[in-house]
Design a protein around this ligand. Structure first.
Ligand code: SME
Length: 163
């Protein structure tokens, strides 16, 4: 039990550090592509055990691939489809411990085993999602969900007029 406690303290500290780095990266810059590209790179290189990190942005009845790190991915996902489309339609984060057990999961990289998707909920509705993939089963827990939701909140605070 103690080991788990130590690991959780480490994760909380890591998210605080990444949040500070994100604030610094976004400070004074208003370009959405630049900021989401840097945020994808920060997450991909800053959090351990990922094989994909990036964005899909709402366009009509679809979400469309935005800045990311990892292998090339499927470009258009219909609202409600896959893990990303489900999180967008629900307007709530989705944590999938094993993507093989999620009906309708869209496999962009067959190495992916678990996934976390956080919707970007702005004043006008869901403007996109942040998607994290891992080759490890059950890589993401509630602390990752809360940590990534805080990162998304920082991004949205820097872009109050989105979309
Ligand atoms: N697995 C996602 C598709 C996007 S990729 O993982 C980058 C899904 O099921 O929506």
């Amino acid at each position: 039990m103690m080991e788990a406690g130590v690991m959780e303290a480490g994760k909380a500290a890591l998210y605080r550090e990444v949040a500070d780095q994100l604030e610094a990266l976004l400070a004074g810059e208003s370009d959405l592509v630049a900021n989401t590209a840097n945020m994808a790179a920060l997450i991909y290189h800053g959090l351990p055990g990922l094989n994909w990190a990036g964005f899909y942005f709402t366009k009509g009845s679809e979400i469309v691939l935005g800045p990311f790190q990892g292998k090339p991915a499927c470009v258009r996902i219909r609202w409600g489809e896959g893990v990303c489309g489900t999180a967008a339609a629900r307007g709530a984060s989705v944590v999938v411990p094993d993507v093989h057990e999620f009906p309708g999961h869209i496999a962009c990289d067959e190495a992916s085993r678990s996934e976390l998707v956080v919707p970007l909920v702005a004043a006008g509705g869901v403007v996109g999602v942040l998607d994290l993939d891992s080759p490890h089963r059950a890589r993401f827990d509630e602390e990752d969900r809360a940590g990534c939701e805080r990162l998304v909140a920082i991004l949205l605070r820097h872009h109050p007029d989105w979309p």
